[in-house]
Design a protein around this ligand. Structure first.
Ligand SMILES: Nc1nc2c(ncn2[C@@H]2O[C@H](COP(=O)(O)OP(=O)(O)OP(=O)(O)O)[C@@H](O)[C@H]2O)c(=O)[nH]1
Ligand SMILES: [Mg+2]
Length: 281
């Protein structure tokens, strides 16, 4: 009967595939922000219609995987090579800047036989200088403290023959606007300094977003994401990358051990973790 068929059609128009709700829950529970989740789900529903409503839940996850892989193109998350001479780590308090600096330097020395030096601009806490000095001593690398902009410039010169110079900074409350002004002073140095913004994977989306916006004037494009071992949710990170297309993740760290807990960041793995799969695809 034509009327019945029309009814069925209307029903179908307003029905959604059963897996949609569970994928929605998965994305939201993983911390993907609603606007991003909504966009991704709309894309899936469109593909479902195009498949004559035959797409299964597993197929939908594969479509989502491919979509995210394309949007977070492989260059977004890669293991950076230490090609710059001067590397400076900045970011909020306690995220793991000093520990990560030690990991990067140790890898450069132990795996590549590079000559490294350290500068710390963290004169805020006495313990901070000692912490970096301990790693420098283990690596038999020089470490100096920069108290002023002039010190800093002199140290850059002094270490100019080294393969890599790792520069540690004091973590500050990112809402303190003086902090950014202080960092800008360092960037006035003649040498090209590669700045990395260090963020913890455990932080909330709104806070990460605020930190990134706060650092906008420094034109940082490289992120280091720490404490990946302390979270089981990756959606926040995915949303951050979708929200800020200019940002790359250069490194990820997954523990306190120096130098072991420096992770190869791979976009496929990150998406697999998000979708609840295992490593690789
Ligand atoms: N679980 C875990 N802990 C980490 C990781 N990276 C660093 N930490 C720990 O986080 C704490 C703070 O690390 P620091 O390297 O001192 O952090 P920071 O950013 O230099 O801190 P401030 O200089 O005070 O701003 C230490 O207990 C580290 O061992 C990580 O990837 N996973
Ligand atoms: Mg520190």
């Amino acid at each position: 009967m034509p009327y019945k068929r029309l009814d069925e059609k209307v029903d179908r128009l307003f029905s959604v595939p059963q897996w949609l709700k569970s994928i929605q829950d998965l994305l939201l529970n993983q911390g993907v922000q609603w606007p991003h989740a909504e966009q991704l789900l709309q894309g899936l529903v469109k593909k479902w219609y195009q498949s004559d409503e035959r797409m299964s839940g597993d197929e939908a996850k594969q479509v989502l995987y491919d979509e995210l892989l394309q949007r977070l193109n492989a260059e977004k998350i890669h293991t950076a090579h230490l090609n710059g001479k001067y590397m400076m780590l900045v970011g909020p308090t306690g995220v793991g800047k000093t520990t990560t600096l030690a990991k990067l330097a140790s890898r450069a020395v132990l795996e590549e036989g590079k000559k490294v030096a350290f500068i710390t601009a963290d004169t805020y806490r006495i313990a901070a200088v000692d912490q970096l000095k301990m790693y420098a001593d283990i690596l038999e690398a020089p470490m100096e403290t920069a108290y002023t902009e002039q010190d800093f410039n002199e140290l850059l010169q002094r270490f100019s023959k080294y393969d890599h110079v790792f520069i540690d900074t004091a973590g500050r409350n990112f809402q303190n606007s003086g902090y950014i002004a202080e960092l800008l002073q360092f960037l006035k140095a003649e040498q090209q300094i590669n700045m990395y913004l260090v963020l913890a994977a455990t932080a909330k989306f709104e806070d990460l977003n605020r930190v990134i916006n706060q650092f906008e004037s420094l034109h940082v494009s490289q992120l280091i994401v720490t404490k990946v071992d302390e979270t089981a949710t990756y959606g926040t990170l995915i949303s951050i990358l979708l929200q800020h297309p200019r940002l790359n993740i250069a490194y990820m760290t997954n523990g306190q051990e120096v130098p072991d807990d420096l992770q190869k960041a791979h976009v496929g793995n990150l998406i697999n973790h998000l979708l609840g799969g295992s490593d690789g695809q």
